[in-house]
Design a protein around this ligand. Structure first.
Ligand code: LLP
Length: 430
């Protein structure tokens, strides 16, 4: 099966579901993120089918793509959420997500964010250090609340992924070693405003093998056994996210095999299972639509300068990540080798190297597998307004985020003439 089941050529025209990408470009302009409703829902269905019969909760990792339309669809389909900031919590609530199905991850939650989570009665805080646990206890005490807590365990397992997104090795900043977690669970049961309800891990992202997940799960279950032997009851087991997708030639485990392996390991314990998938849910449900601005031939190379850049899709610049790039209109003439680059003033601003394409000025290209960590990692570098986002559902195109304007972008800025110094409120400004 294709990696992009709802993107295909109809004749020479690349379409997403029943809509030609050229029509989307004409209607909303470029660069533009485009998502398939069917791809998102089909993938979610695959997770739920694989879990059938198990007490489970899918907590979508909001950081992968936090557009309210996506959160709303997932919330209405029964998903929970994995958040890493107060801002993400606000998005979940705004989109109609259930805080009681929301877990709060992240290595540096501040007291304000803890307060927001406690006020919303979230399902669980995934706590990453003893120091954080003590602050959470204090904040909860001040609010007369009890925080439900999982400790995030760092199992020291190699996720065999890009070092920047590998999180489960002992040298990484994330989580607490199993021995230390055992000590904290045991000693800190007495904290008045903490209730230990779960055990959590997340060893990295874009994993293409099952083995690291299996090794980690076994370590978690050993720890549960040790804790339960001491009388500490754990209600849920959170396996984090991390399942990889196919960008090029990777062969990640299927959703079914991944879920089955977690369920097999956990089945003897009769615990509620949580997972926090991000990329595997939305990655191949989205693409970045862009137009070729100029073709530039130099003695060494051919450049296609496109209107999308590293500020729109950072993954190639940051991780040297590969994204397939397809012509929106297939052309049968001979191809040439192109460097696909953006307008940003950095040599690192590329979206693809050595792509064999037949293109000219004005042609449209689709940068594939951009549904996860695309828009959510975009920036305004070079004072570039962020792209529009469109969701396609059958024949319908929905604008789910308007293109940013320059006015929006500079709205919070003031010159010194327009500001009153904090220590001198006598000064006038024109
Ligand atoms: N849970 C936690 C605690 C996480 O930190 C993450 C991702 C996830 C779940 C979701 O992982 P996923 O299922 O998406 O692999 N910007 C990078 C990926 C960073 C992932 C950060 N944490 C990229 O573009 O590849």
């Amino acid at each position: 099966m294709s990696s992009f089941p709802f993107v295909d050529y109809q004749g020479n025209e690349l379409c997403i579901e029943s809509v030609a990408l050229s029509k989307i470009a004409k209607t909303f302009g470029t660069p533009c993120y485009v998502y398939s409703h069917a791809a998102l829902m089909t993938t979610l269905q695959a997770f739920n089918t694989a879990f059938a019969g198990f007490n489970h909760l899918i907590c979508y990792a909001v950081k992968a793509n936090s557009n309210l339309a996506i959160l709303d669809l997932l919330a209405r389909a029964g998903c929970g959420f994995d958040i890493v900031s107060g801002g993400e919590l606000q998005r979940v609530i705004k989109a109609g997500g259930d805080p009681q199905k929301t877990v709060f991850s992240g290595v540096g939650k501040n007291p304000d964010e803890m307060r927001m989570g406690l006020a919303a009665n979230i399902l669980c805080f995934n706590v990453e250090s003893e120091a954080e646990l003590l602050v959470l206890n204090q904040v909860a005490k001040e609010m007369d609340k009890v925080a439900s807590v999982s400790l995030r365990v760092n199992p020291d397992v190699d996720a065999k992924t890009h070092p920047y997104i590998s999180t489960g090795l002992k040298e990484n900043k994330f989580g607490i070693s199993t021995d230390e977690a055992e000590r904290i669970y045991t000693e800190k049961q007495t904290l008045s405003n903490i209730h230990f309800t779960g055990l959590d891990c997340h060893i990295g992202s874009q994993l293409t093998e099952l083995d690291p997940f299996i090794q980690t799960s076994k370590k978690l279950l050993d720890l549960i056994d040790r804790l339960e032997a001491k009388g500490l009851e754990i209600e849920h087991l959170d396996f984090g996210g991390g399942l990889g997708i196919r960008y090029a030639n990777e062969t990640p485990p299927s959703i079914n095999d991944y879920v089955a392996s977690l369920c097999t390991i956990a089945s003897k314990r009769n615990k509620r299972i949580l997972i926090e998938p991000g990329r595997s849910l939305v990655g191949n449900a989205g693409l970045l639509l862009t137009q070729v601005e100029y073709i530039k031939h130099t003695p060494d190379r051919n450049f296609a300068i496109i209107d999308a850049a590293m500020n729109d899709l950072l993954r190639p610049a940051l991780y040297n990540a590969y994204h397939d790039i397809l012509p929106v209109t297939k052309n049968k003439d001979g191809t040439e080798n192109y460097q696909i680059v953006g307008p940003v003033c950095e040599t690192g601003d590329f979206l693809g190297h050595d792509r064999h394409l037949c293109i000219k000025n004005g042609d449209l290209l689709a940068v594939m597998s951009a549904g996860a960590y695309g828009m959510s990692m975009s920036s305004n570098y070079n004072t570039r307004p962020r792209a529009a986002e469109v969701m396609v559902d059958g024949h319908d195109m929905h604008l789910i985020r308007a293109r940013e304007s320059i006015d929006q972008l500079i709205a919070g800025e003031r010159t010194l003439q327009q500001t009153i110094p904090e220590n001198n409120n006598t000064r006038n400004f024109a």
